[in-house]
Design a protein around this ligand. Structure first.
Ligand code: 2AM
Ligand code: CA
Ligand code: CA
Ligand code: CA
Length: 281
């Protein structure tokens, strides 16, 4: 039985290298364009970093498959099969990157037989490295991570994100969900602009719960391993098991808080990653 520890070492090396490329690109002039909507930004650096990560991994593991945000946007099929598959977000927090707002990460996940095995997330501004291998714990710069054990939602800090879909109906549901979280009352709600780093904060116990509609498999793959290995739960917004391609997630330190969030949420409907990865349906 393969333990994939060599793949973890390789992913760490590549994430650091990619993160350093992002870090130096922050200081340079950026070529910004938009994809599906005017707020769905992409830069030259997103493309360059994804190309760097995928070409390096492909050279090492020619039989493996790859899913990446920018390749999917360019029409490469976003398909998770039983084959060993790397799931890559080259720059998570592109809008933050454009503004030099210091919440930007490189995220590399790895699945085999559709099971998530590895997660590596590198914070490009401060160099923090989050890693996990299924069955072997989650770590932040080598120190073991543990989620919050809080079960009482009135003592919870909640994280979420709003994506590129900003039509009035979507915003109404988004704000309604936020109002429910604030009036629970929880300690507060935060939006930091990077799904992967927000999820790392669940893994480290800095916040109790995270929910999001519209995110993609590359936003969640690496982080899901890290949270689970830190003792937390990552589920669907309906309360069922996580479906990587469903574009929705609830993550929490405890099942009690996850269940509370699940009960409050009104869904926002998006197309699936495996049929409509860039869609805003
Ligand atoms: P990105 O920067 O890799 O695009 C805030 O925008 C966070 O949500 C980022 O992590 C961003 O990832 C992610 N995100 C991207 N598209 C989204 C969408 N359509 N809906 C929700 N979140 C999205
Ligand atoms: Ca994007
Ligand atoms: Ca992302
Ligand atoms: Ca991205």
């Amino acid at each position: 039985m393969e333990d994939w520890s060599d793949c973890l070492d390789v992913a760490v090396q590549i994430a650091r290298r990619a993160g350093q490329v992002v870090q130096s690109a922050v200081k340079q002039e950026k070529q910004v364009s938009s994809k599906s909507t005017p707020t769905d930004l992409v830069t030259e650096a997103d493309h360059q970093v994804e190309e760097l990560i995928i070409s390096t991994l492909r050279e090492k593991y020619p039989s493996h498959r790859f899913i990446g945000e920018e390749s999917s946007a360019a029409g490469v099929k976003c398909e998770l099969t039983d084959a060993p598959t790397w799931i890559i977000d080259p720059i998570d927090g592109t809008c933050n990157f454009v503004h030099s707002f210091p919440m930007v990460a490189v995220s590399i996940g790895f699945a085999v037989r559709k099971e998530l095995e590895l997660g590596v997330i590198y914070h490009c501004f401060d160099g923090t490295l989050y890693t996990a291998r299924k069955g072997h714990g989650a770590f932040c710069n080598g120190v073991r991570l543990q989620v919050s054990k809080e079960k009482d939602v009135s003592k919870a800090l909640i994280l979420t994100e709003i994506g590129a879909k900003r039509d009035p109906a979507t915003l109404d549901i988004f704000l309604g969900n936020m109002k429910k979280m604030l009036s629970a009352p929880t300690h507060g709600v935060r939006i930091i602009g990077s799904s992967t780093l927000a999820l790392c904060h669940i893994a480290s116990g800095a916040a109790e719960a995270y929910y999001q509609y519209g995110l993609h498999c590359w936003d969640i793959a690496a982080a899901a391993v890290i949270i689970r290995e830190a003792g937390g739960c990552v589920i669907d917004t309906t309360g069922g098991p996580l479906d990587l391609m469903s574009r929705r997630v609830v993550a929490a330190g405890t099942r009690e808080i996850a269940d509370y969030v699940v009960k409050q949420l009104q869904p926002i409907n998006y197309g699936r990653d495996d049929t409509d990865p860039d869609g805003l349906a």
